[in-house]
Design a protein around this ligand. Structure first.
Ligand code: NAD
Length: 355
């Protein structure tokens, strides 16, 4: 079905608000989830609402948790999210980091113990909008290991995302590379599973370690695993995210003793850099403009409409989805079940669906 972004935002806000008793936080989270849908990342959109409600009901997501600053040394900031709503915690942490970067031309933010922080591009874009280059290493402590190391046949860690964002110029929109280190995000396997579709061949392995395109291996026994992108290279980046996002922050790398049912934790290292720290911003951005135009001028290969740069697919999705967001039937059913769970009646639910 297709739903207007505002209806989806209000529906997600209402569910999260009833589940958490924190309407202001619920509205912030719902807003960010709908941005994920608008940018084409349904895996990190409103389909996460049931997981957040499950986390609240299990006592693993604390909707009242506030960010705590553990250490504040010049440009270095270490914060603890105390398992609060990730979008709320991370927005506040990034605001603090941006203030530090304004003072010091640089900031290093080490964030630990936040419930799921969603699309990392949100945080890269936030820094880039404030004028900073921003680099993010993030690990995930999810109840099950999801991704197999290169050469392995069983999962050992999660989808550990990486992001780098560069501010826009008059000629070039923001450059935002924002990606899972798995070949596909786990949520994309979930969306494919719920809508009865296949995933790209080799993005998953079955329980025996054989490549497959069947998402059921992630959701039915015997469990398979996601693969890392780019073979050993993506695996290396995934490990760095666990070590720099997880171990360095104190939240911890993925180890079985750290994972808890119904809890999806992210730990993040964010590095913010003033592009003018050496007085060279004009030359830097001039080069960015020329280089981006040069790269995009490569004639498209057969079957390709245009050469895109990181951030382009999300901008295209935003245009295409500005009026209506497609929601697959599996995700919609889960949302309705969750709405009922938090006490919404049929009429209230269908008021949001517009039918
Ligand atoms: P993706 O594969 O759709 O895109 C990855 C990057 O490649 C993006 O920057 C995109 O702009 C760029 N890109 C895509 N197609 C392109 C093309 N044809 N040409 C040039 N550039 C292109 O993203 P993904 O790996 O599926 O990740 C989806 C989202 O999941 C991200 O927002 C990520 O932050 C999020 N995520 C979050 C967590 C978490 O625990 N919070 C974990 C994993 C992933």
């Amino acid at each position: 079905m297709q739903i207007a972004p505002d209806s989806l935002r209000r529906f997600a806000t209402e569910i999260l608000s009833r589940a958490s008793g924190q309407p202001a936080h619920a509205a912030k989270v719902a807003d960010r989830l709908v941005i994920a849908n608008l940018t084409g990342h349904d895996s990190h959109g409103v389909g996460m609402v049931p997981k957040y409600v499950e986390g609240i009901r299990a006592g693993q997501l604390n909707p009242e948790a506030r960010l705590e600053v553990l250490s504040d040394k010049g440009p270095f900031l270490q914060v603890d999210g105390h398992f609060g709503f990730g979008h709320v915690i991370t927005e506040e942490a990034m605001e603090l980091a941006i203030a530090k970067a304004r003072e010091n031309h640089f900031a290093l933010l080490s964030l630990r113990n936040s419930f799921h922080i969603g699309r990392i591009g949100d945080w890269g874009e936030m820094a880039a909008s404030a004028g900073f280059i921003s680099i993010h290493y993030v690990n995930v402590l999810s109840p099950n290991a999801l991704v197999a190391p290169f050469g392995g046949s069983a999962a050992r860690f999660a989808t550990n995302p990486y992001c780098t964002a560069i501010p826009a110029t008059d000629k070039t929109p923001m450059t935002v590379l924002d990606m899972a280190t798995s070949t596909i995000a786990h949520g994309k396997a979930r969306v494919a599973y719920l809508s009865g579709k296949k995933v790209p061949w080799g993005s998953l392995i079955d329980a025996e370690g054989r490549e497959t395109d069947d998402p059921t291996v992630m959701f039915e026994e015997p469990q398979g695993a996601l693969t890392t992108f780019g073979a050993h290279k993506g695996f290396g980046l995934a490990m760095l995210a666990d070590l720099l996002g997880g171990s360095f922050s104190g939240g911890g790398a993925y180890l079985p003793e750290r994972v808890v049912d119904s809890r999806i934790v992210n730990n993040m290292l964010a590095i913010l850099i003033d592009p003018n720290v050496f007085g060279g911003a004009e030359a830097f951005f001039g080069d960015l403009d020329a280089y981006t135009a040069w790269v995009k001028s490569s004639p498209p290969a057969p079957g390709v409409v245009e050469v895109m740069v990181p951030g382009d697919p999300e901008r295209h999705a935003r245009k295409a989805r500005a009026l209506e967001i497609p929601v697959d039937s599996g995700t919609w059913t889960q949302l309705i079940d969750t709405a009922k769970l938090v006490g919404m009646d049929r009429a209230e639910i269908f008021a949001f669906a517009g039918s």
